[in-house]
Write a protein that binds this ligand. Structure first.
Ligand code: 1PZ
Length: 206
């Protein structure tokens, strides 16, 4: 990669980071290092900045959860360690706990996957439908009424598809390839995170 390319083309950096992460996960007998995970997940923040002020609160929420996880990486080297810790202290679902933050970041990663899938499935010039469908599938069931209302109101302020591509420094064709790469790489990671909870008899209805 050319120096600076990841700044000019955030989708390249995102696709590469998640491909690396999923490669490592498979190589290391399904362990994910928390610091590497946080690094990859933090690249998603760039996307928020293309969405305008209405989604500033979402960016702050997301980065706060990620910051919590980065803190955790000092004492918990892998994602699995986080679950172990919170299961032992019965704080898996406690507000602000590592395992809860991990669940929220995982929902963010999956939302981006759903948005990309929606973008690939239509050439709609507005992002409102695309974003509403993806949000409704992945996050809305787990958010409070107040948050859902704010998010759906924010959908009216989204940039157009063309503006988004321009901000990302991509064309339809170049973005398509990178979105497909992210979808393929993020799916096994999200699945792996879900299994961390399910294998400990923790349901995913929150
Ligand atoms: C191009 C299309 C753009 C679509 C934009 C759709 C953006 C949806 C944003 C969702 C915002 C949710 C904000 C607040 C959520 C909070 O209720 C929870 C609280 O968790 P708790 O403290 O109870 O444990 N916070 C979160 O879930 C963390 C934030 C997740 C935001 C992820 C969004 C990532 C998507 C970015 C797309 C560019």
């Amino acid at each position: 990669m050319e120096e600076g390319e990841d700044i000019e083309q955030p989708l390249t950096a995102i696709a590469e980071a998640f491909e690396e992460l999923s490669k490592w996960m498979k190589k290391e007998a399904y362990h994910i290092h928390l610091d590497t995970f946080c690094e990859a997940a933090s690249l998603i923040s760039v996307l928020f900045r293309c969405l305008g002020l209405a989604f500033k609160f979402a960016e702050l929420e997301y980065t706060a959860k990620l910051q919590g996880l980065l803190e955790a990486s000092k004492t918990c080297p892998t994602l699995e360690d986080i679950l172990e810790l919170d299961v032992a202290s019965d704080t898996v679902k406690t507000s602000g706990s590592y395992s809860r933050n991990l669940r929220r970041v995982r929902q963010g990663l999956d939302l981006v996957r759903a948005i990309f899938e929606q973008l690939l499935s239509t050439d709609d010039t507005s992002l409102k439908e695309v974003a509403s469908t993806a949000y409704g599938q992945v996050c809305a069931p787990y958010h409070t009424w107040a948050v859902r209302t704010a998010v759906y109101a924010g959908m009216y302020t989204l940039p157009s598809r063309e503006q988004l591509l321009m901000k990302l420094n991509e064309t339809e064709q170049s973005a398509e390839k990178k979105m497909k790469r992210y979808i393929a790489a993020s799916l096994p990671i999200v699945e792996y995170i879900d299994k961390l909870y399910l294998s400990r008899n923790i349901t995913l209805d929150w």
